[in-house]
Design a protein around this ligand. Sequence first.
Ligand code: SF4
Length: 267
Amino acid sequence: MDQVKIFSFGGGVQSVAALVLAVKREIDFPVFAFANTGNDSESPETLEYLEKWVKPYLSDKNVKLLTTEKRNRAGETVTLYEHLMGNNRSISIPVYLPSGAPGTRKCTVDWKIKPIAKVTRSLGASKKTPGVIGIGISKDEVQRAKDSQISHQINEFPLLKLNLTRSDCGGIIRDAGLPVPPKSSCWFCPYKKLKEWQEMATHNPTMFEKAAELEAKLEAKLEAKRGGLGKDGVYLTRRLVPLKEAVLPCDQLKLPLYEECSGYCWT
Ligand code: SF4
């Protein structure tokens, strides 16, 4: 049996560039797998880009894109957003705690890594014959390249092998006649930069309001975990204040400021 080879497709610049390279047979990945955290969780722009550009582009090509999701024991899809908003005590995403320390992140493993690992296993990957997972890391973020934590998989970084930068990836995508995709992530991801939250507050107030509600829900979960022993705080930004306050310009924020404020606010 041929070795299982799948590219983990996030829908962002590096993944789409890798897809184009696979179509051009410059890298050897016949299957791309998109682990969808949920249609209510992934950035709507990424989902739109998939429908509008990626799927039509692949319609007559040699590369297959499949979608996988986290499922519960009954086989039903569980989206990350509904899990976070649900009646459980799990926080899962990398929130910031009042000390500035990150909360425990489980989302990447549970909603991205494990669903793809299930696919490679179902295709025959095993400890003895591990499947290869292509990861879209470019030269400018080499520090993110890590070994696989899944025993039946090994990681490969084809963009690093080709010495490509993120900007090279943009060129590869444009040369294929596609627009460069927006940044891919969950719309509520705490790794978002402050500027991105501010843009959301201005251009998509409904989504921003939902993010603030999610932050409050996560805080309530933490409070319940502490058995009602007072508020502790869970934040979606490194400013360590509630989201609605965090997006204010620096001079309106009467609290200790963190690195985003040193010249990066509203610029
Ligand atoms: S984008 Fe952020 S919230 Fe979504 S799975 Fe990744 S780390 Fe978690």
